[in-house]
Ligand binder design. Structure first.
Ligand code: IDP
Length: 153
C-alpha cells in the first residue's frame, strides 16, 4: 500500500435520525477502509464554530450551526490508501441535488442543508485538524484488518 491516510467522517444529525449509520459504515467497510475511531456524541456551539471555522462569517452559518447541534452525530476516523479523496468521492457533491446516484449524498439526500454526511476535504492538514478536534490520540486504534493483504498489492 502507498502511505495510509486518515480522514474524519461524521454522520450528521439527519443521517442519525434517518437510521443511516449502519448503511454508511457498511459502505466504507466494504470498500476496504479501516475504522480506527468512532464516537456517538452531541456537538456543542463551540465545537460547531471550530469545526466549521471557515464558514463562521457566511450567511448560512446560523442555520448550519443549529442543525449540526440539533441531535447526536456519529463521528469516525477511517484509514486507508488515499482515504481522504476516496471518501469525498463516495460522499458525492456538497449539494445532494448535484450528486451522482451511487454516492452517499446522491442516494440519500435532496437538499443542501440536509446532506447526511461530513468528510474532511482534501486541503492539506484539514483531516488532521478535524481528527484532533473530535478525538484524543488514545481514542485512535491501530490494528491490522485480516483482509489487508488482499486489499493492497
Ligand atoms: P462539504 O460538507 O461538502 O465539505 P462545505 O462547503 O465545507 O461542504 O460546507 C459545509 C456544510 O455547510 C455543507 O455540508 C452544508 O451542510 C453546509 N452548506 C454549505 N454551503 C451552504 C449553503 O450555501 N447553504 C446552506 N448550507 C450550506
Amino acid at each position: 500500500m502507498a502511505e495510509a491516510e486518515r480522514t474524519f467522517v461524521m454522520v450528521k444529525p439527519d443521517g442519525v435520525q434517518r437510521g443511516l449509520i449502519g448503511e454508511i459504515v457498511s459502505r466504507f467497510e466494504d470498500r476496504g477502509l479501516k475504522l480506527i475511531a468512532g464516537k456517538f456524541m452531541r456537538i456543542d456551539d463551540e465545537l460547531a464554530r471550530e469545526h466549521y471555522a471557515e464558514h463562521v462569517d457566511k450567511p448560512f452559518f446560523d442555520d448550519l450551526s443549529s442543525f449540526i447541534t440539533s441531535g447526536p452525530v456519529f463521528a469516525m476516523v477511517w484509514e486507508g490508501q488515499d482515504a481522504i479523496a476516496q471518501v469525498r468521492t463516495m460522499m458525492g457533491e456538497t449539494d445532494p441535488a448535484e450528486s451522482a446516484p451511487g454516492t452517499i449524498r446522491g442516494d440519500f439526500g435532496l437538499d443542501l442543508g440536509r446532506n447526511v454526511i461530513h468528510g474532511s476535504d482534501t486541503e492539506e492538514g484539514s483531516a488532521e485538524r478535524e481528527i484532533g478536534l473530535f478525538f484524543d490520540e488514545a481514542e485512535l486504534h491501530d490494528y491490522e484488518r485480516i483482509d489487508e493483504t488482499w486489499l493492497y498489492e
